[in-house]
Design a protein around this ligand. Structure first.
Ligand code: NDP
Length: 462
């Protein structure tokens, strides 16, 4: 990456392809200066108590709440997320601060074991200066999962927002400083993938990445020789199985559709494929398609829009290819199936039936408003299909029968399983992917401890 010439990042509104802003990108030398600043700041920051660090994060949370509307408009403008969903995300992400308030001191506290001749102590030390390379689809949720937890644990953070959520990232930094966080403890790395790549060549004490499997794998390979903590929160191809004992088939279809189409399907844990018991398949499909056809698609700034544009225009080609592949192999298009006319990156909400596992729509992450729905004749058949994936983020079952559902869920090799719910994250629980969905956990006690390293003190009494 060039040291000299400053390049500008164009922020484009995906709803109309207008350039909203042009912001200066970091260079190798600006990143190096920021890193040096963070190293000196972290040495001071780690001396503060957890309570002192937490107080600043709590103030940040209050500032974010006060500025909810401004922040929601920025998020919608740069990502195309419908305004109401932007508000939901920003409000909802506050639960990370509530979680830290309740548990950070407990999980970061020193532990001591007294024996007759020894004092044995575990101290949890911060990692140091960490890099947080992040995604655009839920920048508050996935950002907070890393940088708020890292800061409370005594680390300094270089936060690289996605190039598609950089205005949001800069606002978060400004509000952290307003809350009293020293600039020497939190810095942004602004730019595209090249800036992310430059961070890999620097000497951070840990790398925390949220994004695609392809980039995550590249990051893990690039960092392997450094022998430092690397966490990866990656994509998924999350299945939902709707069992034949469901009482309210229409409500199950509505809930499943929301799990698949919220944020235009651009959630890491979106429902990406659905299996339905054959005895209720036709009825489920018809309610599902009716629900999807009722979604208001359009300007994300409108209060009643449920599906906005895709954030990245390049994803349209992926979705078109999945539709073509499914139709070539005998799938049936129930609705949607194409890009909508106009300058924005809109793809019509798409439902495919008569699908199978020879089709990319059932095997590869779609990350858009598209779903395949397949009939199954037994729980065993459903389990076989649900497990037929390289991913391992979440799996869901809708059923009246908890034990039957748990039997299926126990066999899933995923970090999260859901019964009668889907597409949700709780700060009380570890958020982790298996196989191609990632390495390590955020949230819960695990996510608090992810940003510290234990040091064992073995102190023999004289
Ligand atoms: P990408 O992998 O494209 O990008 C993620 C981040 O990596 C961005 O900041 C990107 O910068 C940066 N980057 C790109 N190239 C490099 C490189 N060579 N070296 C270092 N950093 C680089 O993912 P998306 O942002 O498109 O996010 C979507 C993906 O994230 C989906 O697969 C989704 O499932 C997954 N995801 C997973 C979550 C989880 O918790 N498991 C949560 C949210 C999303 P830039 O954007 O500027 O190019």
């Amino acid at each position: 990456m060039s040291n000299q010439s400053i390049k500008f990042l164009k922020v484009i509104n995906p709803a109309n392809a207008n350039i909203v802003d042009e912001i200066p990108m970091d260079t190798a030398s600006s990143l190096a200066s920021k890193f040096t600043l963070l190293e000196s700041g972290q040495a001071q920051w780690r001396q503060k108590s957890v309570a002192e660090r937490l107080a600043i994060i709590q103030r940040f949370g209050e500032i974010v709440k006060t500025n909810l509307e401004v922040l929601a408009e920025i998020l919608t403008t740069e990502t195309g997320k419908p305004l109401q969903q932007s508000r939901n995300e920003i409000r909802g992400a506050q639960n990370r601060i509530v979680h830290l308030t309740a548990y950070a001191e407990k999980w970061l506290a020193t532990e001591t074991f007294d024996t007759p001749s020894m004092i044995e102590t575990i101290k949890y030390e911060p990692l140091g200066v960490i890099a947080n390379i992040s995604a655009w689809n839920f920048p508050y949720n996935v950002g907070y999962n890393v940088f708020l937890y890292a800061l409370v644990a005594g680390n300094a953070v270089m936060y690289k927002p996605s190039e598609y959520a950089s205005l949001t990232g800069l606002k978060m930094a400004a509000y952290l400083y307003e809350a009293g966080l020293p600039e020497s403890v939190f810095q942004t790395a602004i730019g595209d993938g090249e800036v992310g790549q430059a961070l890999l060549d620097m000497d951070f004490n840990g790398y925390f990445f949220t994004g695609s499997h392809k980039t995550g794998q590249h990051i893990a390979q690039s960092l392997a020789s450094k022998l430092i903590p690397v966490q990866l929160e990656l994509g998924g191809k999350d299945p939902l199985y709707v069992m034949d004992d469901i009482q309210d088939i229409r409500q199950a279809a509505i809930n499943a559709a929301e799990g698949a189409f919220y944020n235009a399907g651009q959630s890491c844990c979106a429902v990406e494929r659905i299996y339905v018991s054959s005895s209720i398949y036709d009825e489920f499909l018809s309610h599902f398609v009716e629900e999807v056809k009722s979604y208001k698609v359009g300007n994300p700034m409108s209060a009643d829009t449920f599906i906005g544009p895709l954030t990245r225009s390049a994803q349209i080609e992926v979705l078109e290819a999945q539709v073509k592949d499914a139709l070539d192999k005998g799938g049936q298009l129930e609705c949607g199936g194409k890009k909508l006319p106009g300058l924005g990156h809109y793809f019509a909400p798409t439902v495919l039936s008569a699908v199978n596992h020879s089709m990319s729509v059932m095997m590869e992450e779609s990350f858009g408003p598209i779903i395949g729905i397949q009939a199954v004749d037994s729980d065993e058949e459903a389990i076989g299909y649900m497990k037929d994936t390289v991913y391992g983020l979440t799996a869901a079952v809708f059923s009246q029968d908890k034990e039957r559902a748990i039997d299926v869920l126990e066999s899933m090799n995923t970090g999260t399983v859901y019964w009668n719910c889907c597409d949700r994250v709780s700060p009380n629980l570890p958020w982790s992917g298996r196989k191609n969905s990632g390495l390590g956990s955020t949230l819960s006690s695990q996510g608090i401890r992810a940003f510290v390293q234990p040091k064992a003190y073995q102190l023999r009494l004289p």
